[in-house]
Write a protein that binds this ligand. Sequence first.
Ligand SMILES: [Zn+2]
Length: 375
Amino acid sequence: MTRTERLLAELIALPSVNPAFLPPRHPHAGEKRVADFLAAIAARAGLDIEFQRVLPNRSNFIARLAPRYRTRQTILLAPHLDTVGADGTRFIPQRKNGRLYGRGACDTKGSVAAMLSAICQLADLPSRPRETEIVFAGLIDEEQAQAGSRALVRDRFKADLAIVGEPTRLQVVTAHKGSLWLELETNGKAAHGAMPQFGRNAVHEMARIVDVLETDYAARLRQRKHPVLGTPTVNVGTIAGGVQPNIVPDRCKITIDRRTIPGETEASVKREIKKFLRAKNLQARMVDKKLAPALPLETDPRLPLVQRFLKSAGQTRPVGVHFFCDAAVLSAGGIPSVVFGPGDVAQAHTVDEWISLSELERGKDQLLKFLNSLP
Ligand SMILES: [Zn+2]
């Protein structure tokens, strides 16, 4: 068993479920156990450690490997420490056919293990960078509201490149879509169900809206293409309206998931939908949810450090993924960010989450090779 594999098995055995997915004070909740465990390992490897308090009992864990001489650039390794929920047995790591099973195996404790192992091994190498500082940041709350990466940016953390750990099958990812959740409400006029002519049916109005969003609007989005990410999409995910059969409903609500491509903003999408409905003579109110929007990511693949990382990974072209992650937050905060890690997102959040152990090891080796090549 390699050091990275052992570390991953230990991490799976320490539940760090995002508290948003559990009842209050659940024993599996929170990232603290994992952060403390990693801190002990990092301290033994001689790294400088620090906790950045973000929420009560929830801190980002930060470990730094200072260069031998002066810091001229900083590379940030940033996986998240939280996972989605699971039943108790998923916290017992199981090794089978070259795979390790357990909650967080690929999303994203695999990246945590690969990245921390790489930085700890680097600390021991006489050839380690003379002028590049390497920082590991285990972030909280990626699965819910990205409070960890948002706090890092808020406190003006700066780096020349962030490698955000997520399962990309060791592909260097420079772009992903954003996601906007919108709520629309139609308002009608209630009346007795026996005399619907005296009311105005909010459900009927919404039915028309759902229809045009899923047909005409979706078709319009399909004409917009991003070279790596493809087209933006729209999905009407929920609908609710009316009280009982014999009342003309005066209210109906839908929620929409709108996946955005770089260049589309929350404001521009809202404007576009309002205008689209107006042109169809349909009326709905856009409810302001005040959720932090999940922005799209687009990092210039021509940046020298991105080029260097691509080359070191043996990849000629960057790729895009369909999932949102901390990279978008860091990138919006001024840190050029790519996504990279062992494991396949197809296994993330599933009951049988697993990671290929050879890929895990390769991920660690690739990171170590890249970091050790820096000045
Ligand atoms: Zn993740």
